[in-house]
Design a protein around this ligand. Sequence first.
Ligand SMILES: [Zn+2]
Length: 341
Amino acid sequence: MKSTLPIAPAILSAHEDKFINLIEKYERQQKIHPTLLITGLDGVGKRSMVLQLIQKLFCDQPGKSLEACGNCKSCKRALSSQWLDLYWLEPETGDDDTKLGTHKIEAFRELKTKMGLGPMEEPFKVVVITNADRMTLQAANSILKTLEEPPANWIFILTATDASRLLPTILSRCMEIKLRPLESREVYTILQQIQGAEFQSSKARFASRASEGSISRAQYFMEDETWKVRDQLLGFLSNPASEWMKLIEQLSSSQRALQLSLDIIESLFMDLLKSSIESDYAWVNEDQKEFLLQWQESKKISSQKIVEVLTQIAEKRPFITLTLNSKLLAQESLIPILGML
Ligand SMILES: [Zn+2]
């Protein structure tokens, strides 16, 4: 199992309503649906909710909320990988450890040989299959029969970003729990709880508003590089001619730098666009509000022009992971902005 962040209480409260019925029924009947599927965008807290649910199922201190005690022997064991009643199946990762691979059939074969072996320490055995939408067809077919007729007292918890990518036969066996994207204020509180003493409110305000409801996306925007790139982009908007070469050099240094800069450009321009439409709009780049409005006014940039540039940038995005010439792509992505100045 991958290392996990401490579970922020705000993640639990954001999604608690989705689990309460399940927990109440479990407290009453000591029974739970044997194949659960937790779905939601990347970074809405699926892993935290799985961990919490496991703790709740095994916790020695029953109670009618989703929160487990976190301190009993069972709660502590649920967070460690050293527990025979709990299996985590994760997709293999790619060579660079960043790209997510697929679930291979071998892991499921191994699981099947373990099933039925050994006495149970707890009333249940739990199998977690993360990113279940990344099973190869072969792997999906091999686990299908097990999910159709799970062994007595075994619970399968699957997670997926995109439920439509699961085999319909698997989907129909599962009770789906859909997690919604988080609200910006929830993301802000979660960042505060995760980061503790390192929390910086101005960065978190920006990151939570830019997060699109995802904690992982907010964390991506919390990194120092984000602020460096944003300063460069703001410098470019003020002095395009003198900053152009330096900016292109920097943006083409990695796929990530280019990705990040397009994300930031979008957030800057979306601020201008949305604030012109919604009177109570909460700016993502609140600290740059005055600069951006002045810039737009002095360059006489219409909303129509902003929409055009955003569209052109969106068209370049799919090429970021494909291009062999990142410098050319960086230039092509930023030229529409030069054109508007
Ligand atoms: Zn406990």
